[in-house]
Structures are given as C-alpha cells and as structure tokens.
Design a protein around this ligand. Structure first.
Ligand SMILES: [Zn+2]
Ligand SMILES: [Zn+2]
Length: 281
C-alpha cells in the first residue's frame, strides 16, 4: 500500500514537472522571440503599447506555476481511470479510421469551448463571482503570454477537469490527444499574447469571425461583462455577451498597426489608443 502511494506521489510529481517545463519552455520561447528579440519589429502588432512590468510577469508566472499542482492531482486521477479501463482511449488507428482521429480534434475543441464558456460565464455571475476566485486571472489587464494560465488553483482545477471528462466520453487516439493538447496550449497563449497578428477583416470574415482573437480576449480583461469564449465566440453570440465595440476596437488596432510610424510621431506611447472613446476601462 505504501509503495503504491509513493508511486502515485512520484507520478503526480512527474505530471507537475512536465506541466511546469511545458509552460516555462513554450511560453518562454514565445516571450523571448516576440517581446524581446523582435520587440521593435513587431511593436506595431501590440494591442496595448505598454509592456508589462517584470513584477507583473513574475506574478503571472507564480499563479500559473501554482496551478500546475492540478496537473499532478488530475493526472493521477486520470491515470487511475485509464488503468481501470474507464477511459475511451484506443490505440489502434484502424479502429475508427484516420479521418475520425483527425476530425475528432476540432469537435473536442468545440466541446471544450462550450465547457469553458459556461464555467467562465458563471464565474463572472454576481452570485458566484466571489466564490470562484476568477478575480486572480483578472488581476492582469494588459495581458502577456505568461498570463495565459494565471488562475487560482480552484479555477485551474475546474478547467483541467475538462480533460478527463472528454476522455471518459469520447474515443480518442493518443495522436488526437497530443494534437488537442498542443492546439489548446497554443491558442491560449495566442489569446493572451497581447499582439494582434490576424488579418484586418478577421471579425467580418464569415466562419473565421466565429473564432476569438487576441483583441477579443484583451477586451475581456478590460471589460469582464463580455467575451467569455475561449477559442470561439459562438456562445457569446448566442447569449448576447459579445463586446459591443469588438469590431470597432479591432478596426482601431488594425488602423494603428497600418499607420504605426505616423501615429507614433503624433501621440505619446501611453495615449496611443483612445480607449475611453470605445468605452473600455
Ligand atoms: Zn484571460
Ligand atoms: Zn474572465
């Protein structure tokens, strides 16, 4: 029994270390390239021209790393469910075919987005907002990639719980799981990157406009009454929680991107965006 417990402890520790390594290495590379090496070249794409202070980044990282404890706890639980044969993970690609393994990935992303929208919606609901600890994620207004996973461990637990739930409900091959993990991680970092790299007509392009963007989530951190979606804004459209100024603000970001050199001469960096005129606090 003691050996089993020790084994589980080690397993949990391995899951935590992997999650920490993934966070520090992948976000670190993105941060070094975009925020440091190519800082001047990419500055025109920055939504808010102010860069986060070192203390803010340390705070963001502290919450994100603390949250990795959940990877250990939920990782152990998921491993146990797998060993007991409760998960619908399969290993033979031919069992459902290659197309199934590919197409199930976007389906799981839509399901995850639905799960996230509703827990996020209720975390902002006046009745539950104090108990949800979601305020931690909203300590950061001018987001950076380090804030992508900066949540209170309670919120982190709810979010990571979606993974074993998916594995309990949907047959998934390890390749599909790997693709899902890479895509969700990348989209989360892009959403919190603070840079808008998407094209100028993105919010008005049919189908593409159903996807979120860095600007979409930036607005959520500025005004938490709107934009609860993670990768999509379908639920925001259905529930009427799309930020009313999303398209206008996106246009302004693009306009400033195009006229960057000209505008920079006219404005001081801190008043670069006329955010008050767009009703953004
Ligand atoms: Zn966020
Ligand atoms: Zn929120």
């Amino acid at each position: 029994m003691q050996i089993d417990l020790f084994y589980l402890f080690l397993l949990g520790l391995v899951f935590i270390l992997i999650a920490c390594f993934r966070y520090i290495s992948m976000v670190g590379v993105y941060y070094l390239v975009v925020y440091k090496f190519l800082k001047n070249r990419l500055k025109r794409f920055k939504i808010n021209q102010e860069f986060p202070e070192k203390e803010t980044i340390l705070q963001e990282s502290k919450w994100a790393l603390l949250n990795k404890v959940n990877f250990g706890l939920i990782g152990i639980g998921t491993f146990y469910l797998y060993k007991e044969g409760h998960l619908k993970v399969y290993h033979d690609l031919n069992e459902y075919g290659v197309w199934y393994a590919i197409l199930i990935v976007p389906i799981t992303l839509v399901l995850l987005d639905t799960y996230f929208y509703w827990i996020h919606y209720f975390m902002h609901h006046p009745r539950y907002s104090k108990k949800s600890y979601h305020y931690v994620h909203h300590l950061f207004k001018n987001v950076s990639p380090w804030s992508a996973f900066s949540v209170h461990p309670f919120e982190g637990f709810l979010e990571i719980l979606s993974r074993p739930l998916l594995l309990l409900l949907i047959p998934l091959h390890p390749y599909s799981i790997a693709a899902f993990l890479v895509i969700t991680f990348a989209l989360n970092v892009i959403g919190h990157s603070g840079y808008e790299f998407f094209q100028s007509n993105y919010p008005r392009t049919p189908l593409l406009n159903l996807g979120s963007s860095a600007t979409f989530h930036y607005l959520h951190h500025r005004d938490s009454r709107y934009n609860f979606g993670l990768f999509l804004n379908v639920w925001d459209r259905i529930m009427g929680t799309m930020h009313p100024d999303y398209e206008a603000f996106y246009d302004k970001v693009i306009e400033n991107r195009k006229n960057y050199n000209k505008v920079r001469k006219e404005n001081s960096e801190n008043s670069y965006y006329d955010q008050k005129s767009l009703n953004i606090s």
